[in-house]
Design a protein around this ligand. Structure first.
Ligand code: HEM
Length: 323
């Protein structure tokens, strides 16, 4: 979790949350986590979030998070004003550049830019962090899968870290199959996001939905449905490889990043960040459940707080012997 927040802080603002280094959860992130229940609830009642957000004392820890992000956006603006860098190294500075060039993709106001800062950190952190925790859980619970991944990495990188190249990792189908299968069973946004039907209403198959109605299509339910995925409850990375035809009955029911114009803008970045994390762990460490841990509570207790919320998972990592 610390990893994903630090990475998105760097990519978003050019400044990380220093969590990996300090080992301490940043106060702004703790603010978000303390209010996950409320964030999940308000996702179902969107109109209520506007007055609550406007009243700073009611928005509590989440308010602190927003203040922190707004300050980071201002810091980026000062830095950009000084440098007018043509090739900035963080997303907010790219948006500032777009604003200064009157590009049509630029956020129209300072408030919109600040909102982009919040959404970027929220969208790019717990999603990736919780998915990675789920990947580790499935890998430890499915030893042969982990061993096979380690073997493939050893074959490609005979000198491990010294020969590591992301371009090779990107071309590793088995790794992507593991990530895809994890996101099928534990999608980071499990309950879907609300959409409004067009004013004239919508006919879907035999079902008529009137206009201006909030609808949700929950990834979690569809991606575990036996009508679309044979042996849907099982973790089977092979379903994305050699057994694709026999195990995946209808892949249109798979959409962990959503689809369409409001789908995840960070999809490629998320995949890259997760590939890098998992491959470094697998190359360098063997993993076991910690004494007293069997992963069952972690597996059973994931909750839908807009992003998936997973409990603690206690693992022991031991350094692998050199090749
Ligand atoms: C495993 C990782 C991730 C998953 C599964 C995921 C999933 C999603 C989903 C399902 C949505 C659509 C929400 C909706 O329907 O309204 C979304 C939106 C978004 N995601 Fe991701 N995401 C991930 C990582 C990231 C990362 C790393 C970033 C940033 C670099 C990011 C940035 C965003 C943003 C900004 C939006 C809002 C897009 C908009 O409203 O137009 N996401 N994500």
């Amino acid at each position: 979790m610390f990893y994903s927040f630090d990475v998105i802080g760097l990519v978003g603002f050019g400044d990380d949350f220093n969590q990996l280094e300090s080992g301490i959860e940043h106060y702004a992130i703790r603010g978000v986590h303390d209010q996950m229940f409320m964030i999940g609830l308000l996702n179902q009642i969107p109109w209520l979030s506007y007055p609550l957000n406007a009243l700073q004392p009611l928005s509590g820890g989440f308010g602190l998070f927003k203040i922190y992000c707004n300050n980071m956006v201002k810091k980026c603006a000062l830095r950009y004003q000084k440098s007018h860098d043509d090739t900035p190294r963080d997303v907010i500075s790219w948006l500032l550049k777009a604003q200064s060039e009157n590009d049509r993709s630029a956020p129209p106001t300072a408030k919109a830019l600040a909102e982009d800062g919040n959404v970027l950190i929220l969208g790019g952190s717990d999603t990736t962090g919780n998915t990675l925790a789920c990947v580790l859980h499935y890998l430890v619970a499915n030893k042969p899968v982990y061993k096979k991944l380690q073997q493939q990495l050893d074959d490609i990188f005979p000198n491990r870290e010294r020969s590591y190249e992301y371009a090779e990792v990107r071309r590793l189908p088995y790794l992507d199959a593991i990530l895809k299968e994890t996101m099928r069973l534990k999608p980071a946004v499990p309950g879907g996001q609300p959409r409004v039907t067009p004013p004239e209403g919508l006919q879907i198959g035999d079902t008529w939905i009137p206009g201006d109605i909030n609808v949700l299509v929950p990834q979690y339910a569809l991606q575990r449905d036996d009508r679309f995925f044979h042996r849907a409850a099982e973790f089977l990375p092979e379903r994305w490889l050699e057994q694709r035809g026999s195990l995946n009955l209808d892949e249109r029911a798979y959409f962990p990043f959503q689809i369409g114009p409001r789908g995840c803008v960070g999809k490629e970045f998320a995949m890259m960040s997760m590939r890098i994390f998992i491959t470094h762990i697998a190359m360098n460490f063997d993993i076991e459940f910690a004494p007293g841990e069997d992963g069952s509570t972690f597996d059973a207790c994931a909750r839908d707080y807009l992003a998936i919320d997973v409990g603690p998972l206690y693992l022991v990592l031991s350094e692998r012997t050199p090749l």
